[in-house]
Ligand binder design. Structure first.
Ligand code: AMP
Ligand code: GLY
Length: 423
């Protein structure tokens, strides 16, 4: 098979690595890819929003399967454009990717179908939002409706902060069009868990759970980022939690989308909060998480191409999804200053240490080739991942491997997986 992967971050490197393991993969292309992906795939300099060019390339190369990684092209309808050209594509169509693309849509869906989530109201008028806030319980959570790089969520401690938040989202338009509408919702407390799943429109198969660390600094301080590290499985995702989610959340979401005439094919990422009253949906994403994919996919036993094709063909009920009985931890090596201003272009050394190191992975996020060198080219640079018999061993292995590589302004959190000690 010839495969085209769309995207160029750590998630896409993890997908590419899984695809490369398949005996069915003859040729892998990645657009635009990065320096690490370039070691297992042919990178093509086409951006993820260049739908016409991506489609023409896939048609010209007679690609058998396209895998779309990031949210923007999914929400923008890349799958629809490619399908219209006769391509086979793994990922939700535009009318289903709205599950991530509009938080107001997702909340209304959950309300209509009784899927447990925080109480909320949607607003498209700042005055009405402020009037509502006058009687809302604090803290309160404000969310820009659309895609905002995971940054469109404001947690406000009091009325003043909340009103300022409405201004930021709807009047100053900090998140652009994403802030034309907003959701105001109840603040919940509890542990967060990420659960990824494969979906074929009807059937859903759950992957092993994971937990992300979204803040830039140790102790969950600092600004929100794309994710500074992950571990899988989550020790807090117990059998009881799993049973609840299977009963009230997973299949219910798939059925709700089908009932709305928006059958979902691809990956649904359930962002869950384990509250005292049981699991609640914080958010849906319509794709693999980044860096969740980096700890979940290396533990998957199935041939990823079989699973993805089953999602496209509607035969996922025949797939027995299996994960290794071990654990993985990913520590993101970032550029000092991320997620704000940072420098790039520093040469990276030590990458060869990962060659042939069984159970260790160095997923590239922001890197590029410059002559003989591989240099830093983003805020998140590498996702150093290691497996272990259990979470503690995986964490020790991952942190050991972070020392194998060096580059200018290297920064990482030192407490990825610290929660494991409390389990
Ligand atoms: P989201 O993009 O919706 O996942 O929100 C980003 C982060 O904001 C989540 O991972 C939570 O840490 C936090 N968050 C979102 N919604 C709530 C809520 N209703 N209560 C408490 N924290 C929340
Ligand atoms: N790691 C969270 C996300 O991919 O949205």
């Amino acid at each position: 098979m010839k495969i085209l992967i769309v995207g160029g971050g750590g998630r896409e490197h993890a997908i590419a690595q899984s695809v490369a393991k398949s005996p069915r993969a003859d040729k892998i292309y990645c657009a635009p890819g990065n320096a690490g992906i370039g070691q297992i795939a042919e990178c093509v300099p086409i951006g993820v929003m260049e739908f016409e060019k991506l489609t023409a390339f896939a048609v010209e190369k007679a690609v058998d399967l396209v895998i779309v990684g990031p949210d923007d092209p999914l929400a923008g309808g890349l799958v629809d454009v490619m399908e219209a050209a006769g391509l086979r594509v793994f990922g939700p169509r535009r009318n289903a990717a709205i599950l991530e693309g509009s938080k107001a849509f997702a909340k209304d869906l959950m309300k209509k179908y009784g899927i447990p989530t925080a109480a909320y109201e949607n607003f498209d008028d700042p005055e009405a939002a402020c009037a509502y806030l006058e009687q809302a319980k604090m803290p309160v959570v404000l969310k820009a409706d659309g895609l905002a790089l995971g940054k469109g969520v404001l947690i406000c401690r009091n009325l003043e902060e909340a009103k300022a938040g409405v201004r930021t989202i709807m009047q100053d338009r900090k998140f652009g069009d994403a802030g034309n509408r907003m959701v105001i919702e109840e603040f919940m407390t509890g542990r967060e868990v990420s659960v990824l799943s494969f979906v074929d429109g009807r059937t859903i198969r759950i992957m092993s759970s994971a937990q992300d660390h979204k803040r830039a600094k140790d102790g969950d301080e600092g600004l929100n980022t794309g994710g500074m590290g992950t571990f899988s499985p989550s020790p807090f995702y117990t059998e009881e939690v799993d049973a609840f989610c299977r009963r009230y959340i997973y299949q219910a979401t798939v059925d709700a989308m089908a009932a709305e005439g928006r059958p979902f094919q691809g990956v649904i990422f359930f962002g869950l909060m384990l509250t005292q009253d049981g699991p609640r949906v914080l958010e849906y994403n319509a794709r693999f998480g980044d860096p969740e994919a980096q700890v979940v996919l290396p533990r998957m036993k199935n041939d990823i191409l079989d699973v993805m094709e089953a999602c496209i063909d509607g035969t996922l009920d025949r797939i027995d999804l299996q994960f290794e009985d071990n654990a993985a931890v990913c520590v993101v090596l970032a550029s000092q200053g991320y997620p704000e201003a940072y420098d790039k272009g520093f040469p990276i050394s030590g990458l060869e240490r990962f060659d042939g190191a069984e159970g260790y992975y160095c997923f590239h996020a922001g890197t590029k080739r410059e002559g003989q060198d591989i240099v830093t080219n983003g805020g998140r640079v590498l996702g150093v991942t290691a497996k272990g018999a259990d979470l503690k061993e995986a964490r020790a292995n991952a942190y050991r491997a972070t020392e194998w590589v060096s580059f200018g302004n290297k920064y990482m959190r030192r407490d990825i997986g610290k929660a494991i000690d409390e389990a």
